[in-house]
Design a binder for this molecule. Structure first.
Ligand code: NOJ
Length: 572
């Protein structure tokens, strides 16, 4: 057995026993419908994931975060859940799920399940019952129903927009066939918001948390964790009044918004924490909460969910000063609350970072939002005109940024395909798009499908080895050169860089401390971790001398012993 293998085995068993395993874990997000397809129906599935466990083990991650795999009509890629305690038959069965969980655990990999508590799907049995029941019934009280305005209730209760565009209210037809009440949906109309003031909803979710925890799920990623509790006391403020009252650029700072980030949402998570602590080791959780930075620690509190996503780096430019400020601030925040920091560059909602970093600074896409150019055509075209997207620069910077991130204390969240340096797919014909944000915006926003295209495993063949059939979103020809097969064992490939870095990270991992080392060059960031692990990133355009030490890995080859532009190296 090689030294590396011995170390990996040792850390696997330490990880299983350690109640703090999550604090500095590398977590790999699997978007199941686009990961691997075992039965050739064009849709990734649970058995497909199980078959790739050896790949995940070799990658060197500590945990998998599985995006929704529940029965769903896929109105929002699975974030419209029909049944919280089952597996989508299109993806497999509960037995397949158990098999996958066991295979992951046997490989020393933890499993984090996505949970979607803010809304169910409109096909959930509760919602069907609500539609079939009269106004004021207990069945309607599981959701947020209101009478409309106007003489015949023909106008929505407020002028609020849904996140995906269009109104946040939808009118129903009453069981007797007459136009009826309206229900609230912050997202698509197929995602009615649940009423968290209703005790039955709260209890049912506690049951769901236990259901999956009993099946071996080690933690939960909580979808839109900041929207559950609402104060919809009449009169409802208009969107103009709400935006005038907004106290920050990134959300209300005082918890006074009617549905985002209200203080009493933490009562929900205090109950969840009690359930998590029934297990050994306690189940973990990470909040997806796009809130004012000053309010994020509440979600990450050990008495609540324990961790909250920090999307600051994801929204930053590739810029030394910005990176340093964000890292310093977030580490201080985490230390003050007892949480651990989280870091993320890519996920299923944003433009892949290999593409963002190749776009002109300040452009819309460079901040994570998929966009069309001013001429209405997509300008995220990988391989497209240089003045718009520089593919090589994007990938080079993404590798440098990721290597830096993997050296920072806290958890690193990685998104499937980023280990291949995959670019956003811009050339999806409108007719093949799936994202509700594209349809509800009438195509003004291109939506998030470009980062959700099924992974290329092989350089050629049907769907590049994703499965024996097609792929549910079209894969471009250039996917071939990013395939796992093309990169596996290839020196200098992005895949091999991730493998090397993730293994080293496990070996070098140390107390959650970071010390900046002044470089005298504003374009170069240098920091150390306990035990002598150091990371140096050159954000500038010209090569710089490396500080003394042994180079362990670098995101691009050194040139004459120097650290080239847009490159990170780890030293000891
Ligand atoms: C956040 C998820 O990440 C996103 O994909 C989804 O559309 C919304 N929440 C609604 O569930």
């Amino acid at each position: 057995m090689s030294t590396t293998a011995t170390l990996a085995t040792l850390s696997d068993s330490n990880l299983a026993a350690d109640p703090n395993w999550w604090r500095q874990a590398s977590v790999y997000q699997i978007y199941p419908r686009s990961f691997a397809d075992s039965n050739g129906d064009g849709l990734g599935d649970i058995k497909g994931i199980t078959a790739k466990v050896p790949y995940l083990k070799e990658l060197g991650i500590d945990a998998v975060w599985l995006s929704p795999f529940y029965p769903s009509a896929l109105a929002d890629g699975g974030y419209d859940v029909d049944d919280y305690r089952n597996v989508d038959p299109k993806l497999g069965t509960l037995e397949d799920f158990d098999e996958m969980a066991n295979a992951l655990h046997a490989a020393g990999i933890k499993l984090i399940a996505d949970i979607v508590p803010n809304h169910s799907s409109d096909r959930h049995e509760w919602f069907r019952e609500a539609l079939a029941s009269p106004k004021g019934s207990a069945a309607r009280d599981r959701y947020i129903f209101r009478d409309g305005k106007g003489p015949n209730g023909e106008f929505p209760p407020s002028d609020w927009d849904s996140v995906f565009g269009g109104p946040a209210w939808e009118r129903i037809t009453e069981p007797d066939g007459t136009p009826g009440q309206w229900y609230m949906h912050i997202f698509a109309k197929e995602q009615p918001d649940l009423n968290w003031a209703n005790r039955e909803i709260r209890d049912d979710f506690l049951k769901t948390l236990r259901f999956w925890s009993d099946r071996g799920v080690d933690g939960f990623r909580v979808d839109v964790a900041h929207a559950l509790t609402k104060d919809l006391t009449e009169p409802l403020l208009s969107k103009l009044e709400l935006s005038a009252a907004n106290t920050g650029t990134d959300g209300f700072a005082d918890g006074s918004h009617p549905f985002w980030d209200r203080d009493d949402v933490h009562e929900v998570y205090a109950e969840w924490r009690e359930v998590f602590n029934e297990y050994n080791p306690p189940r973990t959780a990470v909040a997806e909460a796009w809130v004012h930075a000053t309010r994020r620690p509440r979600y990450a509190s050990p008495a609540g969910l324990g961790q909250a996503f920090n999307f600051d780096l994801l929204q930053a430019d590739f810029d030394a000063e910005e990176f340093r400020e964000i890292i310093t601030r977030n580490l201080a925040e985490a230390a003050a609350t007892g949480a651990s920091s989280t870091w993320v560059f890519s996920n299923h909602d944003v433009v892949r970072h290999a593409t963002r970093y190749g776009l002109p600074k300040g452009s819309k896409g460079s901040k994570g939002k998929p966009a069309k150019g001013q001429d209405g055509k997509s300008w995220l075209l990988a391989g497209g005109p240089k003045e718009e997207l520089d593919v090589e620069l994007g990938e080079r910077r993404a590798r440098a940024a990721t290597l830096l991130m993997l050296a920072v204390p806290g958890s690193a969240y990685l998104y499937q395909g980023e280990e291949l340096g995959l670019q956003e797919v811009a050339e999806i014909p409108d007719a093949e798009r799936q994202d509700p944000s594209f349809f509800r915006n009438k195509g003004v926003e291109v939506g998030r499908d470009g980062c959700r295209v099924p992974l290329p495993w092989a350089v050629e063949g049907t769907s590049f080895g994703f499965g024996d059939g097609g792929a549910h979103l079209p894969q471009p020809d250039w996917f071939s050169r990013y395939a796992v097969e093309a990169q596996d064992g290839t020196q200098g490939s992005t895949l091999e860089l991730y493998r090397t870095a993730l293994k080293l990270r496990r070996e070098l991992q140390a107390a959650e401390e970071l010390e900046w080392i002044e470089t005298g060059n504003p374009e170069v960031l240098h920091f150390s971790r306990p035990g002598g692990w150091r990371s140096v990133t050159n954000f500038g355009d010209t090569a710089v001398e490396l500080p003394a030490g042994t180079v362990l890995v670098s995101s691009a080859p050194l040139v004459d012993g120097k650290l080239p532009a847009n490159t990170t190296a780890w030293l000891r």
